[in-house]
Design a binder for this molecule. Structure first.
Ligand code: CMC
Length: 434
């Protein structure tokens, strides 16, 4: 434990007629924890917490969430203030280095991102090897892991090489994402440009072509920038925990981040934004109002879930969804952008928020409920939605990786289990088996 945790009165545990004293601590926002790190050696018991819903796996000073009150802060700053006043590159710096940058620091950081934006030319061949129609998340995870072969990482990282790793990953994830899209539609690659800001650069690489300039719409650029800010970190979620787990083995950072990308892909995590749009399109195509889908999601014998609803931590409206809903209303009211799926989404939200099933389980819209509608309005193809989430989450993953490797002690992530398989039995020759 670090001295950032303050001790409280120890907990008394009675087990098998013996009494044990367990240290307890409180964090700076009043979160309380029982330290069970010596529980097994003292009592022979482990804790059982499937899905780690009740396990604090580390101390972290990056992001604070209060799921009951719907609070999300990066390094102490409320997400609503950052979404309104900041820009993604500045938020990335904040997450990574702990403070909002000065003008000079932001300039240095932006220059480092620009200078690192081109991927090694030999990597272009890899894109040709993926079958047409490959999911861009598969391509992204592969390409990011392969960065390790082009940009070797030394065992002892000095400050300069760490800054370079961060710049490579934050910048090149955007280049790889756009290149994988271009390959998927059979168009030539558009290289990054030093004259464009982070989001403009990405949209230009996605949508410009040698025969067609891309007209950047300020409202769309702003909406995508804000969306990246909202996705930039979310403490110990599935992909970030994967990054910490893989990173705790001291694996190469590019492989570590690739593990995070793979975990993000799943439909219960970052893949949900794609699934929300599929769901809304299906309801639209069938001409229904969503009631049938909602009823199916409520049926415990069906595997369907209302996508974009529910969250492990938020038992109240996801604050990111509140910001996005407002921006959806602004963006989708622009001439020529109106999307019939927005009306369906609003209707589903209203029905679900008044339905006892969702009320009793505290299931509210999450960030992915509205993010897909904004991405659609920006012309981003549905199978690229989770890739956009990955671009946004990159600073968060790297901030957690840095926090971990610079920690006082890096313990390898290695949970226990309760074995429920066969008890001991002995090998039988194949002819004696029935
Ligand atoms: N639709 C219908 N029922 C649901 C839903 C949903 N979207 N989410 C949870 N439930 C039910 C679930 O069936 C269970 O019911 P019961 O108590 O009767 O068995 C109860 O609510 C608790 O669910 P859980 O799976 O134990 O809750 P969890 O905290 O483990 O799961 C979740 C959180 C996000 C995986 C889940 O709510 C879900 O699958 N939502 C849909 C996918 C989605 O939108 N994911 C994006 C999350 S936000 C982006 C990110 O950070 O990744």
């Amino acid at each position: 434990m670090t001295d950032r945790l303050k001790p409280l009165t120890p907990a008394i545990l009675t087990l098998d007629d013996k009494t044990y004293t367990l240290p307890t601590y409180i964090g700076i926002e009043g979160e309380k924890a029982i330290d069970i790190s010596k529980l097994r050696s003292q009592t022979g018991y482990v804790t059982l917490d499937e899905g780690y819903g009740n396990t604090g796996a580390c101390e972290s000073a990056i992001t604070y969430i209060d799921g009951e009150k719907g609070i999300l802060r990066y390094r102490g700053y409320p997400i609503e203030e950052l979404a309104e006043h900041s820009r993604f590159v500045e938020v990335a710096y904040l997450l990574l280095y702990g403070e909002l940058p000065t003008v000079e620091q932001l300039q240095h950081f932006s220059t480092a991102l620009n200078d690192s934006s081109i991927i090694h030319e030999d990597m272009h061949h890899f894109f040709n090897g993926f079958p047409r129609g490959s999911h861009p998340m598969g391509i992204l995870a592969t390409m990011v892991a392969s960065l390790s072969t082009f940009y070797p990482v030394f065992d002892r990282l000095d400050e300069a090489s760490e800054i370079q790793i961060v710049a490579n990953l934050v910048s090149q994830v955007r280049t790889i994402a756009a290149f994988s899209y271009k390959k998927s539609i059979g168009e030539p690659l558009v290289y990054p440009s030093h004259t464009l800001s982070y989001v403009r650069n990405f949209l230009n690489m996605m949508f410009a072509s040698p025969v067609r300039d891309y007209q950047l719409d300020d409202d769309i650029v702003r909406a995508i920038d804000m969306l990246l800010i909202l996705h930039a970190d979310h403490e110990q979620n599935c992909s970030t925990s994967s990054v910490r787990t893989a990173g705790s083995s001291m694996a190469n950072v590019y492989a570590v981040i690739s593990a995070g990308i793979s975990a993000l892909w799943g439909p219960r995590h970052g893949g949900a934004n794609q699934e929300v749009i599929k769901m809304l399109e299906q309801i639209h195509a069938e001409g229904g109002d969503g009631t049938e889908f909602i009823n199916e999601a409520k049926n415990k014998y069906s595997s369907k879930r209302l996508m974009g609803f529910g969250h492990r931590v938020y038992k109240n409206y996801d604050p990111r969804a509140t910001v996005l809903k407002k921006h959806c209303d602004i963006l989708l009211n622009k001439p020529g952008i109106k999307d019939p799926l927005l009306d369906i989404a609003r209707r589903i939200e209203e029905v679900a928020l008044n339905d006892d099933y969702f009320i009793s389980r505290k299931l509210y819209p999450n960030v992915d409920f509205y993010s897909g509608l904004i991405l659609r309005a920006a012309g981003i193809p549905t199978n690229m939605f989770t890739v956009l989430f990955a671009i946004g989450r990159m600073p968060g993953w790297l901030a957690h990786w840095r926090e971990m490797i610079h920690g006082e002690r890096v313990a390898i992530y290695r949970p226990r289990q309760i074995y429920v398989g066969e008890s001991i039995r002995h090998y039988r020759d194949i002819k004696d088996r029935t």
